[in-house]
Design a protein around this ligand. Structure first.
Ligand code: AMP
Ligand code: GLY
Length: 422
């Protein structure tokens, strides 16, 4: 089977690595990919938002299955474009991707079907948003309704900051995504990510993971796309995963089907484990990055078979096997990330690092230039390892980090601290 993978980050490298092991695969393309993905797939220089060129390429190469990994093309309707020309793609459809594309939609859905989440209201003007924020206590959470590159959430510690955040969003600070604003109650607790597959009717659990969103050790500094992750997450033991399936995933799959919003593919549940039980923080319509990297390390079954089953309403016939080992990934980023950073610095020592026991290195923002590997983005490498437990996986991952010679890079040194502190 000829497969086209869309995306260019560490998540996509992990997916490419897992797909390339599939007995069903004959040829893997990736658009646009990166230097690491190029080792397991043929990369083609087409951006993930260039829908016309992606569809034309897939038709020309007679692609039989497409894996759309990032949120932007899914929310923008790329799945529907492939559907229209009869090429199967792992979804969801544009109508289904609203689960990530509109926070207001999700909050209303929670209320209608009884999914636990923070108290909230949706607003189209600043004055009423501020008045409601005043009733919620502090801190208070202000969210732009639409996709804002992961930056559309402001946790305001004071009334003045809440007002500023609301004005900022309505004045277009996050672009179009801020034309509607959600104001919600702050939830206290530990966050965890849980993943499932949906085929539009049936849901199949994947596993849980924990991400580290802040840039610096001790969960300090600005929010990022994620600086590291591990799985399993001790905060999500099997009984909690069962709750995640029964109280969140299954009712959501059913509700989307009832509303005629075809939801096939990955359903990513962001949970806050509060003292009153798990509550929804957000849904995403795709694998997490970097959570996907640790999940692919633990997956023993064939990823391609599972993703195809999501398109064929066959998930109820499938069972996935996972390694008992823990996996942990450390994100190495260019100094300055998530703010301004320079591109083009050289990275050395990867061969030595990836030869270490249990280690895989997924590339996020890399490129080859004159035969040398260079950093080409903010998040650059995901140094990932398996171990018998989180402590061993972490020791192996950091030993590999230390073998990499890249003075212009940095990473957090405390990935996994919550799991080890238990
Ligand atoms: P989101 O884009 O919805 O994932 O939000 C980004 C981050 O903001 C989440 O991962 C949480 O850490 C935090 N967050 C969002 N909503 C809340 C809330 N109601 N209470 C506490 N933290 C929140
Ligand atoms: N790791 C968070 C995300 O992928 O949205």
């Amino acid at each position: 089977m000829k497969v086209l993978l869309i995306g260019s980050g560490g998540r996509e490298h992990a997916l490419a690595w897992a797909l390339s092991a599939s007995p069903l695969l004959t040829k893997l393309y990736c658009a646009p990919g990166n230097a690491g993905i190029a080792e397991v797939a043929e990369c083609v220089p087409i951006g993930a938002m260039d829908f016309d060129a992606l569809v034309a390429f897939a038709q020309e190469k007679k692609i039989e299955f497409v894996v759309i990994a990032p949120d932007n093309p899914l929310v923008g309707g790329l799945w529907d474009r492939f559907e229209a020309v009869g090429i199967r793609a792992s979804g969801p459809s544009m109508a289904g991707a609203i689960l990530e594309g509109s926070k207001g939609f999700v909050k209303d859905l929670c209320e209608e079907i009884g999914i636990p989440t923070a108290a909230y209201k949706r607003f189209k003007d600043a004055a009423s948003a501020k008045a409601f924020a005043d009733t919620l206590g502090l801190p208070v959470v202000i969210k732009a309704d639409g996709l804002a590159l992961g930056k559309g959430v402001i946790i305001a510690e004071t009334k003045a900051d809440a007002g500023k955040a609301i004005d900022f969003m309505f004045e277009g600070g996050f672009g179009e995504s801020g034309s509607e604003v959600v104001v919600e109650e702050f939830m206290e607790g530990e966050e965890a990510s849980f993943f499932a597959l949906s085929d539009g009717e049936n849901a199949l659990p994947l596993i849980g993971a924990q991400d580290h969103k802040r840039a610096f050790d001790g969960d300090k500094g600005p929010n990022t796309g994620g600086m590291g992750a591990y799985s399993p997450a001790p905060v999500l033991p099997p009984p909690q995963m069962q709750i995640a399936m029964d109280r969140f995933i299954k009712p959501t799959v059913a509700a989307m089907a009832e509303r005629g919003r075809l939801y096939q593919g990955v359903m990513y549940l962001g949970l806050m484990m509060t003292k009153d039980g798990p509550k929804l923080v957000e849904y995403n319509c795709r694998f997490g990055d970097p959570e996907c990297q640790v999940m692919m390390m633990r997956l023993k079954s064939d990823l391609l078979t599972a993703l195809i089953a999501t398109c064929d309403r066959q998930l109820h016939h499938l069972e996935l096997r996972w390694r008992d080992d823990a996996a942990l990934t450390v994100v190495m980023a260019t100094k300055g990330y998530p703010g301004d950073y320079a591109k083009g610095s050289e990275i050395r020592g990867l061969e030595k690092a990836r030869a270490m026991e249990g280690v895989q290195i997924f590339h996020a923002g890399t490129a080859m230039k004159d035969g040398r590997l260079i950093a080409n983005g903010g998040r650059v490498l995901n140094v990932t390892a398996l171990g018998k437990d989180v402590a061993e996986a972490r020791a192996r991952a950091y030993a590999a980090v230390d073998a990499i010679d890249w003075p212009e890079g940095f990473c957090r040194r405390d990935i996994g601290w919550r799991a080890l502190g238990r």
